[in-house]
Design a protein around this ligand. Structure first.
Ligand code: ATP
Ligand code: MG
Length: 394
């Protein structure tokens, strides 16, 4: 260890909810430390992420200890050692120290241990292998403290071997670089990622999507994706465009950025097993005609009524990024904000009104209602119920 790290003094460490878990585990004769992201972020002066705990107690012992302290415990991933303890309505993942006994590039068989160093050694990067105890004392077996301060993503151990254990680490290397790194990535890690890129095909679509969505939403996404494209890594994941200027002008939203990055957006639902709502957003972004500031206000309202506020915001942001306009252009900003100024009304007549007016239910009535709606929309949503009913009988 080169520098003696100072104590962690983050607010989350003093939360009574967390203190209660530490106390319960201590009372049962075990030891617990905060592990991974929360410690890393505190050292880097970044806002906290979830506070995850590592412990010497078995999952069953954690469950007994926390339940007898009056906390509720859920066996979220009990086979690989994780339970979720809910304390003051806050969920904490508590994971028993582990080391890998068998890996196949996708998943690991783990064995529980009470050896903190073995647990650190199976983690991916030095900045993710840090622990702190209840008093904020840092435990650093891999020089992760130094690498956090230098903003370097360094594999724990030999990069090619760590990648062979789990090929997802290739994507995690780039994801953490995009989020926390600075300058060019570590040369040894990068070379190993490039050499093993073909193995990415062995990963499940879900794991790829999860990592790539986090990468796409990271602050340094564009230079990192560009690098991945140049090195032939990105094409192992999706057929992609080179629209870097556009992607860089989009807000940090994975689906929006994917709409510009994917050469075949329609194929992504299958390819990355997107959720229905993400797939729908992506399909709308690819298929609907984007509103532009050239539209008259009346036409804007018609389009907004037809596509809804969410698709409106998505489409305007993508069209704005693709345009030559500056990102603080007031006319585009005004267009984007239309859903805040104007909420589409709903058609003031329903099928019931039509039946009351003597129309027979059935396809004819649906047709009449649609014609009425078209007229109402084309009249800028002005006709009220009476005007609509009057039109019906003419
Ligand atoms: P975030 O703030 O993005 O959640 P995180 O560091 O908590 O960052 P997670 O993906 O939630 O990242 O993983 C939690 C911890 O588990 C990591 O910090 C790392 O120590 C370990 N870890 C997760 N995935 C792997 C993996 N594939 N290989 C090795 N260690 C991993
Ligand atoms: Mg996390």
């Amino acid at each position: 260890m080169t520098t003696a790290p100072p104590r962690i003094r983050a607010r989350w460490l003093r939360a009574p909810a967390l203190t209660r878990i530490f106390a319960a585990i201590r009372a049962a004769g075990g030891e617990a430390r905060v592990a991974g992201g929360a410690v890393r972020n505190a050292i880097m002066g970044l806002p906290g992420t979830e506070v995850d705990l590592a412990t010497t107690l078995s999952p069953e012992a954690v469950t007994r200890a926390c339940e007898s302290a009056g906390l509720s415990v859920h066996p979220t991933g009990i086979d690989h050692g994780t339970v979720t303890v809910v304390s003051d309505h806050t969920p904490y993942e508590v994971t028993t120290l582990r080391h890998d006994i068998e890996t196949d590039g996708r998943r690991a068989r783990v064995k529980f241990t009470d050896d903190w160093q073995a647990d650190a050694q199976r983690r991916d990067f030095t900045m993710n292998a840090l622990y702190c105890d209840e008093a904020g004392k840092i435990y650093d077996f891999t020089d992760g403290y130094r690498d956090s301060l230098r903003k370097r993503i360094i594999f724990v151990g030999t990069p090619s071997q760590r990648i062979r254990e789990d090929y997802l680490r290739i994507l995690r290397f780039f994801r953490f670089h995009a989020r926390f790194g600075s300058g060019t990535p570590d040369a040894a890690g990068l070379a190993a990622c490039v050499r093993q890129r073909r193995q990415l095909a062995k990963l499940s679509a879900e794991r790829i999507r999860q990592e790539m969505f986090k990468l796409l939403a990271a602050p340094g996404a564009v230079p990192t994706l560009k690098l991945m494209a140049r090195l032939g890594i990105l094409r192992e994941l999706l057929p992609h465009t080179e629209e870097w200027r556009v992607i860089g002008r989009l807000p940090p939203d994975a689906v929006l950025r994917l709409a510009a990055l994917a050469a075949d957006p329609a194929a992504m639902k299958e390819r990355w097993r997107l959720s229905n709502s993400d797939a729908r957003r992506l399909a709308d972004l690819a298929a609907l005609v984007p509103p532009t500031p050239g539209l008259r206000p009346r036409e804007q309202r018609i389009v907004l009524y037809q596509i809804g506020a969410a698709a409106w915001r998505d489409l305007v942001q993508l069209a704005w990024a693709r345009s030559r306009a500056s990102l603080d252009d007031p006319t585009w900003r005004r267009l984007l904000k239309l859903p805040d100024r104007w909420q589409a009304p709903s058609l003031p007549v329903t099928g019931k009104d039509l039946i009351a007016a003597g129309l027979a239910p059935g396809p004819g009535m649906g047709e009449a209602l649609r014609r009425l709606e078209d007229w109402w929309v084309a009249s800028d949503f002005k006709p009220d119920r009476d005007a609509l009913m009057a039109r019906l009988t003419t």
